[in-house]
Design a protein around this ligand. Structure first.
Ligand code: UDX
Length: 439
């Protein structure tokens, strides 16, 4: 078993650290935020993630997992240091690597024995070469440092499960020493390992994420065409799904992909291509389709209504998908400002995302002419509403029966971005219902 330090306790770092401890390694998670460290020591996770706190408490108690702000001691003692800090998107689509650079420098200045540095954060192809060079340039002691790439493929909401039951572990190394060490670190997971060079590993991450983003945008394009020609996207997707070359997953049309990965990684790959003098037309198209798709329902509703001014608008779901409190690139963030600008009085509900949303849009009158109120359940949002928008497919929202829209709303006009209901059932219930890719 190895002594592992993990830099960064966001989705990537914390989940990796906890899972390494769970399989028996000695793990110390490093974060600059003292308050966060104190909370984690009490078993409180800074992120909302199923099963995470349970494993944090179990492994902390067993002495295999700890948290610290003292990176000097943590890095000094480590056999391997995993970097899981953020690489946020910059306005031009490139990745901001300053957090990685900070950690790399701290590593270089403090390690006292040979050490493998493993980059888990998603970074542009070629970054790991630069990180290795950077660490060696700043190295204080006479020790061997190598950098390996080990991208993760976890989805938010199922991050712990995805890590412990990953479809594959990708390791990108440039020496037998680094490859063997990573193989040994991952041996207890008993999962398929694909060992390639560093640049291929970096590319596998982008190629995989962007392929899924393309798949979603393709289905959204097909859905939009279905509406125009009278086909039904769900029947079309079902028919496609039996072909195992296509597969049954990620065929759901809707109001576009959000979250921390697909939007960022599509733009980053497009940027990488541009930097290398190549026009990445497919990914560019996926980005464009997604941008339009996010406000599709608002555009549909704007054609149907004279104005949103003074209308009571129910909003069901704020997060980019169910199972997370994350709002990054969520369609709600595109639509709510438009509705407020147009004077809508919004009554919003989300089972876990409301606190985060309130920080961006505090309750009360907004800068435009509209207002936003946060409520305790779907029924309260629907009460007396003139129009309803469904942005996230939370179980609780799916559970609202068609008859309840008719009974609770002043005018049962529903715009559903997640195709939660059968069109015919909503019609029978007396609801005027608009969804995606269906008549
Ligand atoms: C994704 C990848 O799944 C994961 O492997 C990668 O490491 C990080 O990015 P995540 O962003 O957490 O994970 O969520 P995911 O469940 O993949 O959904 C991403 C977005 O696509 C959501 O906005 C979701 O609503 C949308 N989506 C997904 C669709 O619109 N249709 C689908 O069929 C599937």
């Amino acid at each position: 078993m190895f002594k592992i330090a993990v830099a960064g306790t966001g989705y990537v770092g914390l989940v990796a650290g906890v899972c390494f401890a769970e399989v028996g390694h000695q793990v110390i998670c490093v974060d600059i935020d003292d308050h966060k460290v104190k909370m984690m020591k009490q078993g409180i996770s800074p992120i909302f993630e199923a099963g995470l706190e349970e494993l944090m408490r179990k492994n902390y108690k067993a002495g295999r997992l700890d948290y610290t702000t003292d990176y000097v001691s943590a890095y000094k003692a480590a056999d391997a240091i995993f970097i899981g800090v953020g690489t946020p998107e910059q306005p031009d689509g490139s990745a901001n690597l300053s957090y990685i650079a900070t950690v790399a420098r701290q590593i270089a200045e403090n390690i006292e024995k040979d050490c493998l540095v493993v980059v888990k954060s998603t970074v542009p192809v070629g970054t790991n070469d630069k990180v290795e060079q950077f660490i060696n340039d700043f190295l204080v002691n006479d020790v061997k440092v190598e950098v390996a790439s080990n991208p993760e493929f976890l989805a938010q909401g199922t991050a712990v499960y995805d890590t412990l039951h990953a479809k594959r572990i990708i390791i990108g190394t440039e020496s037998k020493w680094a490859e063997n060490m990573l193989m040994q670190i991952y041996e207890p997971f008993k999962l398929p390992i694909v060992s390639v060079n560093r640049r291929s590993a970096e590319m596998i991450k982008y190629a995989s994420n962007d392929f899924l983003a393309l798949k979603i945008s393709y289905m959204n394009d097909i859905a939009n065409l279905c509406e125009l020609v009278g086909a039904d996207i769900q029947d079309v997707a079902k028919g496609m799904s039996f072909d195992d070359r296509i597969g049954s997953k990620f065929l759901n049309a809707g109001i576009g992909y959000g979250g921390s990965c697909f939007p960022k990684d599509t733009k980053a790959l497009e940027y990488l291509a541009r930097q290398n003098g190549y026009e990445f037309r497919t990914v560019k198209a996926a980005i464009e389709v997604n941008a339009d798709q996010k406000t599709l329902l608002f555009k549909k509703a704007s054609r149907r209504l004279i104005t949103f001014h003074g209308l009571k608008v129910a909003v069901l779901g704020l997060t980019f998908k169910p199972g997370t409190d994350d709002l990054r690139e969520a369609p709600s963030l595109e639509n709510i400002p438009l509705l407020l600008e147009q004077g809508a009085d919004i009554y919003a509900y989300d089972p876990v995302g409301m606190d985060n949303f309130k920080r961006k849009y505090p309750e009360g009158a907004a800068n435009g002419s509209g207002s936003i109120t946060y409520v305790n359940g779907p029924e309260e949002a629907l009460n007396g509403a003139n129009v309803c928008f469904i942005f996230t497919e939370w179980g609780e929202i799916k559970a609202v029966k068609p008859a309840e829209y008719k009974a609770k709303m002043r005018t049962p006009l529903v715009y559903d971005g997640r195709n939660l209901y059968e069109v015919s059932t909503m019609k029978e219930a007396g609801v005027e219902y608009y969804s995606v890719g269906r008549k």
